[in-house]
Design a protein around this ligand. Structure first.
Ligand code: AGP
Length: 606
């Protein structure tokens, strides 16, 4: 989850790394640090608890001149947030930054008698110590011996004190990408930052060692044989990664949704019908499976729930949605006839990655829906469909979610067509409605100040309940997660009919309720359930499909009329409205919307 950067070349390493770390902060932001090999060939470290801006201040007072360095922004796992636990860590001749978890660090501490010699409580310093133990002038041999000792996940960037101007990198699971840029060579934990500097990059293969020098990059396998990198092209517009005049990335990313959904959908409609052949998805994959199982976490898992509702009603295929983190431990049944769909914005979520590997071992076919090209989940899967959301920087996922939904609509439409649930005309009508999503969603975004006004009514709430049925419930699970993660208001989304089986005990005049009503077939039941909470004193904020109309005698705290689409597509405008609700609550509470406490954008620990 931590951000890693490294640069060696002809320019000042400190400035390049500080700029890059600011971009990488979304991966973790509780401490930051850099190590630079100075002109006298000594490696010096500056690091501190806090944000990159604090590190910048430190470097302004006491900077390090030099053209080779490694940097890190941390999301704490082992050891609290402190200056000492911030990376880089130096042990003897070795300086490292690390992303991942060394699971056997306690054994290593004992085995190499490190107890008295460590300066921090981190597993990362232990990795540096083991490297130093094995280092006697041959860096590749030391790295080789060290990785054989490490259990767990790691992306290590390494400098040896007596090899100035050179950075070594090795990884297992946790990603490292490498590019030629800025008059030298660069490495980073993800392409979002390298894309600012270079159009071409490669993903360091697991258990290969990259050697970065000012003049170029060499790649070696564990036997010490040279290897050729597989170069990839950055697939998104780097201009999209600025804030574009908005105060926070989250607002900008919410506002980008019509455009990125259009870019995700339009190339995949051919002859008026959803068509995934451009992504290399054979119709047989969709026609031959007997069931589908989604593996994903957080928001991506919520996208899966919407997919499940669509697939089951339109394709009539059995579909499960599994939390990727539970998948391996709950004896889920997958076999050769199961299509496992892994959904992940980053493509680096380790739980999702491990779930894909587990599914493949059990014979399932695997299809990834991923935003970041070349990411681990994409590479581990048999097939991949990329969402064209562009870089998503805010920790709270918005445009990645709705482009995941767009891909799930495309899959549903194509699957229904190839399995005969849709005839040609039905498939075309479905695609036409999907193509309307950007314009309908834009109508919600254009009225965002109405939602801003509504948000003020829950600013001081301790708890907010959300209720809806069917697809409305699936959307609210995501709306509730958004509110929790960026506003710190406790919130729960309930299937409306379920509240009375216990949770209604918590409803009082102090628990505002957000209700979404967009599904005609359950509309009247939803209104009855809403009356149940109103009778207990709760004020209700209603998001309702505009064509449904309101009962004359009903009293609402606020109402937002959602522009109409067919019921199955109302997820899209409703999601945008709920994202805006969470955003404005967080904004008006004066919180750091893009970097909520305790979170990181990419979750690479189990
Ligand atoms: C969403 O707002 C979250 N920050 C989080 O739930 C996220 O969706 C989850 O960690 C999965 O990430 P992924 O899509 O990169 O796999």
């Amino acid at each position: 989850m931590c951000g890693i950067i490294g640069y060696t070349g002809v320019k000042g390493a400190q400035e390049i790394m500080l700029d890059a770390l600011e971009i990488l902060e979304y991966r973790g932001y509780d401490s930051a640090g850099i190590a630079v090999c100075g002109e006298d060939s000594c490696v010096r470290i500056r690091k501190c608890a806090g944000r990159v801006k604090d590190l910048r201040l430190l470097c302004e007072k006491d900077g390090i001149l030099g053209t080779c360095g490694i940097g890190h922004t941390r999301w704490a796992t082992h050891g609290g947030v402190s200056d000492a636990n911030a990376h880089p860590h130096r042990f003897g001749k070795v300086t490292v930054t690390h992303n991942g978890i060394v699971e056997n660090y306690r054994d290593l501490v004992q085995r190499y008698r490190l107890e008295e010699r460590l300066q921090s409580q981190t597993d990362s310093e232990v990795a540096a110590a083991v490297l130093d133990h094995f280092y006697s002038g041959d860096p590749l041999a030391a790295i080789r011996k060290t990785v054989l000792k490490l259990k767990g996940t790691f992306a290590l960037s390494i400098m040896f004190e007596d090899i100035p101007g050179t950075i070594f990198a090795v990884r297992n699971v946790s990603p490292i990408v490498i590019a030629r840029a800025q008059g030298g060579s660069m490495l980073a934990s993800d392409v979002t930052v390298l894309g600012q500097y270079s159009k071409e990059y490669f993903v360091l293969p697991e258990f290969y060692v990259a050697v970065l020098k000012a003049g170029g990059v060499e790649l070696y396998d564990m036997a010490g044989e040279t290897a050729e990198p597989e170069w990839l092209t950055v697939n998104w517009d780097v201009d999209r990664s600025g804030k574009g005049g908005y105060p926070f990335y989250m607002e900008k990313e919410i506002m980008e949704q019509p455009q990125v959904i259009r870019e995700t959908v339009l190339p995949r409609i051919q002859g008026g019908i959803p068509d995934l052949s451009g992504d290399g998805i054979p119709d047989s994959l969709l026609a031959d499976c007997t069931r589908i199982c989604v593996v994903a976490c957080g928001t991506a898992m919520h996208a899966g729930l919407v997919g499940k509702a669509l697939m089951q009603s339109l394709v009539r295929i059995h579909m499960d949605v599994e939390l990727a983190s539970e998948f391996m431990y709950t004896d889920v049944i997958v076999d050769e006839e199961t299509l496992v769909i892994a959904i992940s914005q980053s493509g680096e979520t380790i739980d999702t990655l491990e779930a894909v590997k587990h599914a493949k071992k059990n014979g399932a076919k695997t299809l990834a829906i991923v935003n970041v090209r070349g990411a681990s989940v994409a590479r581990a899967s048999d097939y991949v469909i990329y969402t064209n959301a562009g870089p998503e920087i805010a920790v709270a996922s918005t445009k990645a979610y709705t482009t995941q939904l767009a891909v799930l609509y495309l899959l549903t439409g194509r699957m229904a067509y190839v399995r005969g649930s849709f005839g040609e005309e039905e498939a075309k009508a479905f695609a036409r409605e999907l193509m309307r999503v950007p314009e309908v969603m834009q109508k919600v975004l254009d009225r965002r100040e109405e939602i801003h006004y509504i948000a003020r009514s829950i600013l001081n709430a301790q708890d907010v309940f959300m209720m809806g049925r069917g697809l409305d419930h699936a959307i609210l699970l995501e709306g509730s997660l958004k509110l929790k993660e960026i506003s710190y208001i406790h919130s729960e989304a309930y299937a409306s009919g379920e509240l009375k089986h216990g949770t209604i005990a918590l409803i009082t005049e102090d628990t505002p309720v957000v209700a979404v009503v967009t599904q005609d077939k359950v509309k009247s039941k939803e209104f009855s359930n809403i009356k149940e909470v109103q009778s207990r004193g709760a004020g209700v904020i209603l998001f309702i499909k505009e064509t449904f109309g309101l009962e004359k005698d009903a009293v609402w705290d606020s109402v937002f009329m959602l522009p109409a689409m067919e019921d199955g597509f109302m997820v899209m405008p409703a999601s945008a409205a709920l994202q805006l609700l969470a955003y404005y609550v967080s904004l008006d509470k004066g919180l750091d919307v893009d970097k909520p406490r305790n979170l990181a954008k990419v979750v690479t620990v189990e």
